[in-house]
Design a protein around this ligand. Structure first.
Ligand SMILES: NC(=O)c1ccc[n+]([C@@H]2O[C@H](COP(=O)([O-])OP(=O)(O)OC[C@H]3O[C@@H](n4cnc5c(N)ncnc54)[C@H](OP(=O)(O)O)[C@@H]3O)[C@@H](O)[C@H]2O)c1
Length: 235
């Protein structure tokens, strides 16, 4: 009998347009872009971050948006005062191309410990560049296998993992049958663009592999919907 590898409970959080996009098409965006135009989405994002032991993103998300993956400043200060840990901030990359120490995810004043999970392909120059600002964890030769990543995080004491994207990383988590909950903000916007990213990209699922999440709650705030889905993986 195969013993399943322990993994954290994984939830993902996205804001999507009505046409299922999570960012304008490549070349269509200059500067900052927020899918939601309401404070409620940010409030919920912070609340979710506060429940996570670690927050995970893909390197493209980091390169495009430079998120800090922080909890609100007052909670950050309160946790520091109580010596209470903050969520680990984790980025996964093969070679860390375009990832620089100035990025907000590495700023210790903004959030918890920073971790770069990378492959053997990461060159020495990138290791030297990022070692002063992050813990470097090598997992895999060409790509980081999701099961290895999740097992490593579990071993590090992570019981709840929030993935904030992007679509490439999320596709792999679904492919590994490792998403338990989806928080989706549906914003009444139409972004268009065949190449605009969506919540789950990758190569797609065959009909017999398609995950079928269960709608657990719907809330309307203004003209946006806040949806929560639960995913179960039978068998
Ligand atoms: N609306 C929203 O809620 C929301 C949320 C998040 C993101 N976004 C958008 O999503 C877009 C980014 O998504 P994306 O699908 O393009 O990319 P992504 O999933 O953020 O990142 C893909 C990159 O992550 C690294 N990576 C992923 N899996 C890996 C593995 N198994 N092993 C090693 N490295 C791995 C690779 O980086 P390297 O190339 O460095 O190897 C890969 O190129 C951005 O446009 C962002 O604005 C929107």
């Amino acid at each position: 009998m195969t013993v399943p590898t322990p993994r954290p409970r994984v939830f993902i959080n996205f804001a999507s347009s009505l046409d299922g996009k999570i960012n304008p098409a490549p070349g269509r965006r200059s500067g900052r872009f927020m899918m939601s135009r309401q404070r409620e989405d940010l409030r919920r994002m912070f609340a979710l971050r506060g429940t996570a032991d670690a927050i995970l993103i893909g390197a493209s998300n980091l390169r495009v948006d430079d998120p800090d993956l922080a909890i609100p400043a007052d909670e950050h200060a309160a946790r520091r005062a109580r010596s209470q840990p903050e969520p680990l901030r984790v980025v996964v990359t093969s070679s860390a191309d375009g990832i620089t120490p100035e990025m907000k995810i590495f700023d210790p004043e903004r959030g918890g410990p920073s971790i770069v999970v990378h492959t053997a392909r990461m060159p020495a120059e990138a290791r030297a560049r990022l070692a002063p600002v992050a813990e470097l964890v090598e997992l895999g030769a060409v790509t980081v296998e999701m099961n290895d990543l999740l097992a490593w995080l579990a071993g590090r004491g992570v019981r709840t993992l929030l993935c904030e994207g992007g679509g490439d990383l999320c596709a792999q988590l679904f492919g590994a049958r490792a998403v338990d909950e989806i928080y989706l903000t549906l914003a009444p916007r139409i972004l268009g663009g065949a190449r605009a990213p969506s919540m789950v990209d990758g190569t797609g699922f065959a009909p017999d592999e398609i995950p079928n999440p269960r709608l657990a709650s719907v809330e309307q705030v203004g003209d946006e919907l806040f949806l929560r889905y639960e995913v179960s993986w039978p068998g």
